[in-house]
Design a binder for this molecule. Structure first.
Ligand SMILES: [Zn+2]
Length: 149
């Protein structure tokens, strides 16, 4: 697992924890080069869940891709990795409970946004702007307004 800070490939697992419902494993890691600490979450690929992309192509569900998107949206601070863990657990549970064989990238995006909105509204807006292509500045303003309510 590559270090998100310096891209070094050697990391050491410093802690391993199984979630309360035993559906995921969280590993704390430390980069052997720069010392950066981060964590990864391991979840089932239950029934080989397929993700249908906008192009119609299918690929295996990959939690790491979602984690990467979250890392880009969530401001990195001492709480960010814990936040990502929590969001990732909720997202995985949601997806695997409701979609047993196939799920579209759009649906995943929707689920991610709902989770982000509750846990980190600023990251939510950043995520939306990265993934939705806001052509109209007004749309963005509207999202801000919705959050304030
Ligand atoms: Zn590093």
């Amino acid at each position: 697992m590559k270090c998100p800070e310096c891209n070094h490939v050697d990391t050491k697992v410093t802690d391993t924890r199984i979630s309360a419902d035993h559906t995921s494993i969280r590993r704390r890691r430390k980069c052997l080069q720069c010392g950066y600490r981060f964590s990864t979450v391991e979840v089932y690929c239950k029934m080989e869940l397929l993700v249908i992309k906008r192009s119609g192509r299918e690929e295996e569900f990959d939690a790491d891709k979602i984690v990467c998107g979250l890392r880009r949206a969530i401001r990195s601070d001492e709480f960010s990795e814990r936040k990502i863990d929590k969001i990732m657990q909720n997202i995985s549970r949601n997806i695997f409970t409701n979609y047993s064989k196939k799920v579209s990238t759009e649906t995943i995006g929707q689920i991610v946004m709902e989770e982000l909105k509750q846990i980190d509204p600023i990251a939510y807006l950043r995520f939306v702007s990265i993934h939705k292509n806001f052509h109209e500045a007004n749309e963005f303003k509207q999202e801000f307004k919705n959050l304030e309510n």
